[in-house]
Write a protein of this length. Structure first.
Length: 242
């Protein structure tokens, strides 16, 4: 039995879960104020205790690596890297959009996770579940919500949207569609938020396929540059140096 600790703080949600091939042992999720730096290790400690799992019993650490909140991503990554380094455990970074799609395992529709990127823009991609495998059909993208709506309508196929950027799409459409009235279906709020169990499930699948990284090799995935980088480029007219 493989035990995975999943961690996600890439949005307003802070969450941790312990999962194996057999069951979800415990999951703790807070969908409230962003206080991830104060909460994250407490949440991890709680799911380990409630699942009666010692840190040494973990086989791999899965973490949401973005896109999403720059600060939230860094906090989740630092937490996961610290645990993986201290225990000498492998680590797997999961794209937050991939993780959201795991919320709807087995869906018969297309899946479009949408993360609020501010400025009326969203991070998104498009997926389809096929025989238990998640297939990504689009590149990871940063796009205006109105342009995304046009692209989704052009698919001429039912697509379920989820994530904290859904409200931007609803603003564009100015209608809440149901499955029978519109090709765009909004996931139930209980399945629309990031879940650490989904991050853990994605990590478990990749670990079973032989994928694993170290705490030093997993990097955040931002898509957009940080405000500081954009301001530096605007001020100096050159690309910031990494």
């Amino acid at each position: 039995m493989t035990k995975v600790l999943g961690i996600d703080s890439s949005s307003i949600v802070a969450a941790a879960a312990v999962l194996s091939e057999e069951k979800l042992f415990a999951e703790y999720l807070v969908n409230n104020k962003k206080m991830h730096s104060e909460k994250m290790m407490l949440i991890v400690d709680k799911v380990l205790k409630d699942s009666e799992t010692t840190a040494e019993e973990l086989d791999v650490i899965g973490v949401a690596k973005g896109p999403g909140s720059f600060t939230g991503i860094r906090i989740g990554m630092a937490c996961a890297q610290g645990i993986a380094h201290a225990l000498n455990k492998p680590m797997i970074g999961i794209n937050t959009l991939d993780g959201l799609s795991y919320n709807l395992i087995g869906s018969k529709t297309l899946i479009c996770p949408i993360i609020n990127a501010q400025r009326k823009e969203v991070y998104t991609s498009l997926y389809r579940w096929d025989e238990g495998k998640l297939n990504r059909l689009w590149d990871y993208r940063l796009i205006k919500a109105d342009l995304l709506a046009q692209e989704l309508f052009s698919l001429k196929e039912k697509v379920t949207v989820l994530g904290d950027g859904v409200f931007l799409l609803k603003e564009v459409l100015n209608v809440c569609c149901s499955g029978s009235d519109c090709d765009i279906i909004f996931a139930n709020p209980a399945f629309s938020m990031p879940r650490a169990s989904s991050i853990a499930a994605a990590a478990l699948d990749r670990y079973a396929q032989g994928e694993k990284d170290t705490c030093f090799s997993v990097k955040p995935f931002y898509i957009r540059k940080s405000s500081a980088e954009e301001k530096q480029e605007e001020r100096y007219g050159t690309k910031s140096r990494g």
